[in-house]
Ligand binder design. Structure first.
Ligand code: R5P
Length: 294
């Protein structure tokens, strides 16, 4: 097995390779003046299982193209199996037709990756697990919530209330509770499909004078966390933290969240940036180890 260092996840790829004690294949890349992508493998993959680590956070489209090009190059250069580790899987939120005339974006992405030569995919806390059913090859979802909860445990936040900002995120609050103890609950969120505006159904939680950690898969504009933090403050929460696997943090999202009274935003290196305080390397490394020996 060799780890191919996709340009969007070079540091994570290096950490995984070091953990596994396997060789890395650097990738030379550039963008031509007209915007087209170029990639070249700077190592051999002949008869190897090539594991490409490449997240597809913004700019999603060029990162997807880079991933497809790397896979194609690996295939042409004799890789016997190609696994793509894509911590943040772009377009997974469009896994069905919501409004007439739309596409199922993730299905189109799955077809493109298959055509590029990818045989196997590993992702982390994909927005909807059922999005992976659109892949015609094995696609596995890992969860990094325990890693986030461990981070809080080390900070001394044992028994903090674990809150899911919507029903779909309940499994995250429950997973965190298994690590930190304490209680958990979820809010009922509604997002207007046209304006994107978020509203919550009022719910009474026993969070008075408690520390609360909100767990979500993605923080994008921060609208969900800001609205949830407001409710928690009204209910008398002492401190509120926000944790997510994929800190997209578009524009001034983090600033808005902190201004809403949240102590800190903790994310993973699924999307590298200032909020990426937890590495996915141990989680992905463990999965690849099983793949290697299996
Ligand atoms: C949606 O259901 C996701 O789980 C996140 O809650 C959402 O993507 C967060 O987006 P934003 O930060 O823009 O509210």
């Amino acid at each position: 097995m060799k780890i191919v260092l996709g340009p969007s996840s070079k540091d994570l790829g290096e950490k995984i390779a070091e953990l596994l004690g396997v060789e890395m294949v650097p990738v030379d890349f550039k963008t031509f003046p007209d915007g087209e992508s170029y990639i070249r493998l700077e190592g051999k993959v002949q008869n190897e299982e090539a594991v490409i680590v490449q997240t597809t956070s913004p700019p999603q489209d060029s990162r997807l193209i880079q991933l497809a090009f790397i896979a194609d190059a690996a295939k042409r250069n004799g890789a016997k199996k190609i696994t793509a580790v894509v911590p943040y899987l772009a377009y997974a939120r469009q896994d069905k037709i919501f409004l007439q005339g739309e596409t199922i974006s993730i299905e189109a992405v799955a077809k493109m990756l298959k055509a590029a030569g990818i045989d196997n995919l590993i992702t982390v806390n994909v927005h909807q697990e059922k999005a992976l059913a659109k892949f015609s090859f094995p696609a596995k979802n890992l969860s990094a919530i325990s890693l986030l909860a461990e981070h809080f445990k080390k900070k001394g936040l044992k028994e903090a209330f674990a809150l899911a900002p919507d029903k779909g995120a309940t499994y995250m609050a429950e997973e965190a509770k298994r690590v930190l103890g304490g209680e958990c609950g979820y809010l009922e969120k509604h997002r207007d499909r046209y304006t994107g505006q978020i509203s919550f159904k009022k719910k009474a939680f026993g969070v008075k004078r408690k520390t609360v950690i909100i767990y979500d898969d993605i923080i994008s504009t921060g609208g969900t966390i800001v609205a949830a933090a407001k409710i928690l403050k009204e209910l008398g929460a002492k401190k509120v933290y926000a944790a997510c696997v994929h800190p997209l943090l578009v524009g001034e999202a983090e600033k808005r969240i902190l201004e809403a009274g949240v102590e800190e935003v903790i994310g993973t290196d699924s999307i590298p940036g200032p909020a990426s305080k937890v590495s996915l390397a141990p989680l992905i490394g463990k999965e690849l180890k099983e793949l290697k020996s299996g």
